[in-house]
Write a protein that binds this ligand. Structure first.
Ligand SMILES: Nc1ncnc2c1ncn2[C@@H]1O[C@H](COP(=O)(O)OP(=O)(O)O)[C@@H](O)[C@H]1O
Ligand SMILES: [Mg+2]
Length: 263
C-alpha cells in the first residue's frame, strides 16, 4: 500500500491570495497551511467559490500567491514543473492533434520518441478504454471521452504529484466509477502524491486518506478528516458503515458552509 514514506512532499505555508476585481480586492484564500505527505492521497471539498481551484493553481505554479509559499520537496514553487501534473475539470487537449498524438506529447516531454512513444501512448489510452479512438481528433469525441484523453495524457507525463481539479465532475456515473478505480490503481502502483478536488463527498471518501474541508470567504481550511477505510477501496466501500458515518460528518460540515455562502 502507498503511504509508508511520511516525509512532506508539498508544504503549503500561510498562503494568502487576493484578487483585484472591479469591486475591489477579493480575498480568495487566507491563512492556508497544509502538509501533503509523500504518496498521500488528499481530497478537497468545499462550497463553490471557496478557493479550491485557486489553491490548486498555486500548487501547480500557475498562480503566484499574494503572500505565503508552497514548497515542493523543500524547494519553493515558482512556475509549473514536470513533477506536478494537472488535470482540469475541462479537458485541455490540442485540437489539431489526434488522440494518440495528444498523449505522445506528454511522452515526448519525458524523452520518448517515435514508435516507443506511440506504443506507450496506446498503453495509456487502453487504461482509459480509448485505444480504439487513437486516430480520432478531439472534436470527434464526447466530452467524457475528451476528459479521459486528458487523464491519459496526465498519467503519461508520469508526474510525482497529480493535481486534479474536479476531473470526473462532468462524467456519467459508470465512467466516473471506472476512472476512480483506475486512479486508485495508478496511485498505489506508481506511488504518486494526489491532491484531488471534488464536489462529490462520496468521491472524496472513496479516494482519499484525508479529506480537507474548506470554508468560504475567505477560503480557509476548516477541518481535515481522516478517512480510516483500508485500501483497496472499491465501489462496495460505499456500503461500509464507516463510509456512511464519514459521509454524514463531512457532508454536515460542507452543508454548513453552503448555508454561509448563501447568506
Ligand atoms: N483570476 C481571478 N480574478 C478574480 N477573482 C477570481 C479569479 N479566480 C478566482 N477568483 C475568485 O476567487 C474565488 C475562489 O475561486 P475558485 O478558486 O475558482 O473557487 P472554487 O474552485 O472553490 O469554486 C471566487 O470568488 C472567484 O470568483
Ligand atoms: Mg473550482
Amino acid at each position: 500500500m502507498a503511504g509508508e514514506d511520511r516525509s512532506v512532499k508539498v508544504k503549503i505555508q500561510d498562503v494568502k491570495m487576493v484578487f483585484n476585481t472591479r469591486k475591489g480586492e477579493m480575498v480568495a484564500l487566507n491563512g492556508v497551511n497544509l502538509d501533503i505527505h509523500n504518496n498521500e492521497f488528499v481530497t478537497v471539498v468545499g462550497p463553490s467559490g471557496c478557493g479550491k481551484s485557486t489553491l490548486l493553481n498555486i500548487i501547480a505554479g500557475l498562480l503566484k500567491p499574494t503572500s505565503g509559499s508552497v514548497l515542493c520537496d523543500g524547494r519553493e514553487v515558482d512556475g509549473v514543473g514536470r513533477e506536478r501534473g494537472v488535470v482540469f475539470q475541462q479537458y485541455a487537449l490540442f485540437p489539431w492533434l489526434t488522440v494518440k498524438k495528444n498523449v505522445c506529447f506528454a511522452l515526448e516531454m519525458r524523452g520518448l520518441k517515435g514508435e516507443e512513444a506511440e506504443r506507450e501512448a496506446l498503453r495509456y489510452l487502453r487504461m482509459v478504454d480509448l485505444e480504439k479512438f487513437a486516430d480520432h481528433y478531439p472534436k470527434e469525441l464526447s466530452g467524457g471521452m475528451k476528459q479521459r484523453v486528458a487523464i491519459a495524457r496526465a498519467y503519461a507525463a508520469e508526474p510525482e504529484i497529480l493535481l486534479m481539479d474536479e476531473p470526473f465532475g462532468a462524467l456519467d456515473a459508470q465512467t466516473r466509477a471506472q476512472l476512480q478505480t483506475d486512479l486508485l490503481n495508478t496511485w498505489e502502483n506508481q506511488k504518486k502524491t494526489c491532491f484531488f478536488i471534488t464536489h462529490d463527498v462520496d468521491e472524496a471518501i472513496i479516494l482519499g486518506q484525508r479529506c480537507v474541508i474548506m470554508s468560504a470567504r475567505p477560503g480557509r481550511i476548516k477541518r481535515i478528516v481522516d478517512i480510516d477505510i483500508p485500501y483497496p477501496r472499491t465501489q462496495e466501500t460505499r456500503m461500509a458503515p464507516e463510509f456512511n458515518r464519514l459521509k454524514n460528518e463531512i457532508w454536515g460540515e460542507v452543508y454548513k458552509e453552503y448555508l454561509e455562502v448563501r447568506k
